[in-house]
Unconditional design. Sequence first.
Length: 258
Amino acid sequence: MDDMTPTLLHGVPPKVKAPKAYGDRLHRLQVELVNLQRAIVKQDLRVCVLIEGRDAAGKDGMIRRIVRHMAPRVVKSVALGKPTETERHQWYFQRYAAHLPTSSEMVLFNRSWYNRGVVEPVMGFCSPAQADAFLEDAPKFEAMIQRGGLKLFKYWIEVSREEQAKRLENRREDPLRQWKISPVDDAAQAHYDAFTRARDRMLAATDHPHGRWLIVNGNNKKAARLNLIADLLSRLTYPEKDDDALSVDPTIVMPYRA
């Protein structure tokens, strides 16, 4: 496993076969998510999951599969847009802190404060000094929010240049998905290497004891979904846990290795 993360991040993510009986496995995992939801309420848990990754890595679809059968009062998805003028002059983490889970909640961030780690510096949305300050402050912020008992999980979904290009083109051609296209999407391929460098710097600076990164091979969406969900469930404790349903392929989800 130690050799897989550099291969995934710096080479071409290994090809993954489509999982057999995908629907059955997903259903089984979604039953486990409902069991987890009961524990979140009964045990007053606070769970925060960051779903990060390249454009077209499959973040939206991943979160949809997680929340599909869960109560929106308990499990929430947060995808913040462009900051307002007021938010631009706030403490950077302030608008994200407002959406952190309270007692008996799980919140999934579809992109999070890590926008400043990768997207913003590459696209010129922040200054180099602001990006440097973020990389220094993020581990401190994450340590602080966990002192009160919040559980934090950080996933980075990686896709190859070729797979990203194919998905972006499909997005442009599909009238039901064209709403996803943004200026950042348009720059994703042209700045692929710049995003890679920013990603590497961000992961190295912000993988710490209070917030370890987990890297996901996203070249096959179905395999990525099944394994990320299973990995997340395996890291939490709840009654009636079906450990047999939570096997994780170590070539698809793995700890970050520099």
